[in-house]
Design a protein around this ligand. Structure first.
Ligand SMILES: Cc1ncc(COP(=O)(O)O)c(C=O)c1O
Length: 368
């Protein structure tokens, strides 16, 4: 049996007629950048996330950059970033000229460990980034309390956490800003690059709309420094169609996770991701920790099962951040996780039979 790590073709086949028609409408309108499809999507996604403003952008990386730029993060400032996230979280600070300061994660949740944050704060710290890694919300209340106590910003990177909930409320409304990615493989994925900045702050939203469009307040009136971070109309149209299915897809992801738990629960060589009591996890990724991880990965590959590593090298050990002077051993929890984690296939369309095949294959490996 062949089970890809991600199967975007299956999803497209299920919604083909609607997506094709939405794209066709954009082609017929010959209006390819921003416009009605983007505006409609922004309005619907803001409602879905219970946040006042959604500003459609060209990627999640751009959303992270804009988050910090609009909070006046600049050269000389420091931003607390988890050591185990996708590198674009840290680019947000870097692109503003600021320094990312890495902090270790908690072994339970893989998210930023609030108990370790205060030791990393200095008079230069301007913000803390709560990344909701793999689709599980970070401990927002604990991080918010630290940010308020030290009078710095809490910012969310929700690139992997569409519709995830913290203590019954959706992510993206607690931080001053929140960045989303709609990269195709995300829980809500475009058919190309796309992202969004969300905020409850009217002024930040106004500035974000200007910044994404060359700093224009009206055509050829450039009131501020800006960039071309506009969302394409086709992406807005695709996202608008897919958003309607997102609650259902999220429940399907949760059902896939439950099935994995049921079938792998008593396997001592594997530990399953913990769903924190405060979290509604949306399982962008289902990440186990496995003994002899690399051999298991190769074995599953042979069996036709695709897996992933998110992420194999923590940020403090990346060449791009060599100049920050971190060393192996600085963030032991993140480093240990990087050696043990394995992301299993995870998408709403996975069938019970496919999940059983993945789990049987894992068991077969450990019987050898
Ligand atoms: C946690 C996190 N932040 C930021 C990004 C960047 O998003 P994009 O790929 O849309 O630029 C991603 C995407 O992979 C991500 O997973």
């Amino acid at each position: 049996m062949k089970i890809p790590f991600l199967d975007l073709k299956a999803q497209y086949q299920n919604i083909k007629a609607e997506v094709d028609s939405a794209i066709q409408q954009v082609l017929d309108s010959a209006s390819f950048v921003l416009g009605k499809s983007v505006l409609d999507f922004e309005t619907s996604f803001a409602v879905a996330q219970s946040v006042k403003h959604c500003v459609g952008l060209s990627s999640g990386t751009d959303a992270n950059h804009l988050s910090f730029h609009l909070l006046d993060v600049a050269a000389g400032d420091e931003v607390v970033v988890p050591a185990n996230t996708f590198i674009a979280t840290a680019w947000g600070a870097t692109l503003c000229g600021a320094k990312p300061v890495f902090v270790d994660c908690s072994a339970d949740s893989f998210n930023l460990d609030p108990a370790k944050v205060e030791a990393a704060l200095t008079p230069k710290t301007k913000a803390i980034v709560a990344v909701h890694l793999y689709g599980q919300p970070a401990d927002l209340d604990a991080l918010k309390e630290i940010a308020s106590k030290h009078n710095i910003y809490l910012v969310e990177d929700a690139a992997q956490a569409h519709l995830a909930e913290y203590k019954g409320r959706k992510v993206a409304g607690t931080g001053r800003t929140a960045a989303f990615s709609f990269y195709p493989g995300k829980n809500l994925g475009a058919y190309g690059e796309a992202g969004a900045l969300m905020t409850n702050d009217n002024e930040i939203a106004r500035k974000a709309r200007m910044f994404r469009d060359q700093g224009q307040s009206e055509k050829y009136h450039h009131d501020s420094y800006g960039h071309n971070y506009r969302m394409e109309a086709i992406q807005g149209a695709v996202l608008g169609v897919k958003l309607k299915y997102l609650p259902q897809w999220t429940e399907q992801r949760r059902a896939v996770a439950a099935k994995y738990r049921q079938l792998l629960g008593n396997l001592e060589q594997v530990s399953l991701p913990k769903e924190m009591p405060y979290a509604k996890h949306v399982y962008h990724l289902f990440v186990i920790r496995a003994r002899r991880r690399d051999d298991l990965k190769a074995f599953l590959e042979q069996k036709g099962i695709g897996t992933g590593l998110h992420y194999p090298i923590p940020l403090h050990l990346q060449k791009a951040f060599e100049h920050l002077g971190c060393r192996k051993g600085d963030f032991p929890v993140a480093e240990k996780a990087a050696d043990e984690i394995l992301s299993l296939p995870m998408y709403p369309e996975l069938t019970d039979q496919q999940i059983e095949y993945v789990c049987d294959s894992i068991r077969e490996f450990y019987r050898q």
